[in-house]
Design a protein around this ligand. Structure first.
Ligand SMILES: NC(=O)c1ccc[n+]([C@@H]2O[C@H](COP(=O)([O-])OP(=O)(O)OC[C@H]3O[C@@H](n4cnc5c(N)ncnc54)[C@H](O)[C@@H]3O)[C@@H](O)[C@H]2O)c1
Length: 409
């Protein structure tokens, strides 16, 4: 590594249960070929079974990744981790920009230029950087396996000498990327699958993975391919119709989310009570409060003889492939941000502008600041940023979907 080289720092994740790593050794070669140097925190890849020597073998060095020019991460940094960063550094990762406890304001105060993967527009050109999709694919797949493990019944139809077993019936509520992957996975396991969403255009995608479409007559397509929140009357109507439909299913997997809002309540306590004993609900919306009234986020509970599972970070339970896909997303974004071996974000580019949630702090501005210590208020007055815009108007996530995706990764 030479002094002039821009360094990419791969840090070790600190969140409990987080086994993913932001860059896998396979990615190192393509970055060094672009003139970048990769520094890996000792043990950063351990959770994903990627020992340090695989990174050094690929051309990275082991060292203080937090001091790198660009730090890459999976989970949003904790308050202590933000303190490890200095003005002028850049950070790329999930930053939960819409959450009230997002680290974005603290990063901005620290003069760190942060790129949030959640804010990358859902447009075709940015698909390779779409970590929401890559990780939702992992979650949708694993949700089905969790359901199959908890179920007291087979998924496939079995014809044996001891008798014939009917296939399980699986209903997926909310068919975005995770839901579509769940439908496809449950079908591969031999279940009879049905999908439901409030965006009517999803019906075609549901059928394309061999599932039936459940129509409850509500259209709540919102901005940019996302769903809007239902009115009280629509919600009551939806819950009533779903209560009737849900009782007929062995497994219900829920993934319904509305950006920036609490998860919609789709499975009422009455619906759970109506399910056959031994049925399973896997609620992937636990982090946003859950889609099922009886969900306890992060826990597995049994209510009315129905098992309700609400795992909070399923992608972390498949750290190898989840990291590999995430690493591709990070590499694709870095390729957009780097020119001639230097970080040179082009804020005219909509992907760059939307994902930079701290207001595009330039290196020169940061250097000036670290000399004169301006206060946080002065910094935040400077220029509006993607994060601020996103609180006021439909953000990049909401507005920029160009084409429907069938489980893109
Ligand atoms: N590059 C691309 O073009 C690209 C990539 C990925 C996703 N997308 C699109 O982005 C959109 C969002 O996908 P996502 O997976 O992030 O979705 P998401 O995680 O925000 O939500 C999951 C699903 O829940 C549904 N939902 C919300 N409220 C509901 C309710 N009350 N009842 C039933 N369902 C409800 C949503 O319509 C969505 O399909 C989709 O249109 C998807 O096709 C586009």
């Amino acid at each position: 590594m030479t002094d002039a080289q821009t360094t990419i720092g791969v840090v070790r994740e600190s969140a409990q249960g987080e086994r993913r790593v932001a860059l896998v050794p396979k990615a190192v070669g393509s970055l060094t070929a672009r003139g970048l140097a990769v520094v890996v925190e000792p043990g950063a890849g351990e959770g994903a079974l990627l020992p340090d020597d695989l990174y050094t073998g690929a051309g990275a060095s082991i060292g203080d990744a937090w001091a790198a020019d660009v730090v890459v991460k999976v989970a949003p940094p904790t308050a202590d981790e933000v303190k490890r960063l200095r003005a002028g550094q850049s950070l790329i990762g999930f930053l939960a920009p819409r959450n009230p406890d997002s680290p974005v304001p603290a990063l901005k105060d620290a003069g760190v230029q942060a790129f949030a993967l959640e804010s990358i527009p859902r447009i075709s050109r940015a698909q390779s950087m779409d970590a929401l999709s890559s990780q939702a694919n992992v979650a949708g797949y694993k949700a089905v396996l969790v359901a199959a493990c908890e179920a007291t019944r087979f998924f496939p139809m079995l014809t044996t000498a001891a008798g014939t077993v009917k296939p399980a019936t699986v209903l997926v509520l909310g068919v975005g990327v995770a839901g579509l992957q769940a439908l496809a996975t449950a079908k591969r396991l031999g279940a009879r699958t049905t999908g439901y969403d409030v965006r009517p255009e999803v019906a075609e995608q549901v059928r394309s993975v061999g599932a039936q479409w459940l129509d409850v007559g509500i259209d709540a397509a919102g901005e940019g391919g996302y769903a809007r929140e239902l009115t009280d009357a629509e919600r009551a109507e939806q819950q009533k119709k779903l209560e009737e439909a849900i009782t007929g299913f062995d497994v219900v997997i829920t993934t319904a989310l509305v950006p920036g809002r609490a998860a919609p309540r789709l499975v009422t306590a009455v619906a759970v009570a109506g399910m056959a004993p031994g049925s399973v609900i896997v609620d992937l919306a636990g982090e946003a409060g859950g889609n099922c009234e009886l969900t306890e986020p992060g826990r597995t509970v049994c209510k009315h003889d129905v098992t309700i599972v609400s795992p909070l970070n399923l992608p972390a339970t498949m750290p190898e492939h989840a990291s590999e896909l995430y690493s591709k997303n990070i590499t694709a974004l870095l390729e957009l941000l780097v020119t001639d071996g230097k970080l040179a974000p082009d804020f005219e580019d909509e992907v760059v502008a939307a994902s930079c949630v701290t207001g595009c702090v330039t290196r020169q501005a940061a250097d000036e600041r670290s000399g004169e210590e301006p206060n946080a208020d002065e910094r935040s007055r400077e220029e509006p940023n993607a994060d601020e815009r996103s609180r006021e108007e439909p953000n990049a996530d909401e507005r920029s979907r160009e084409e429907p995706s069938a489980g893109d990764s």
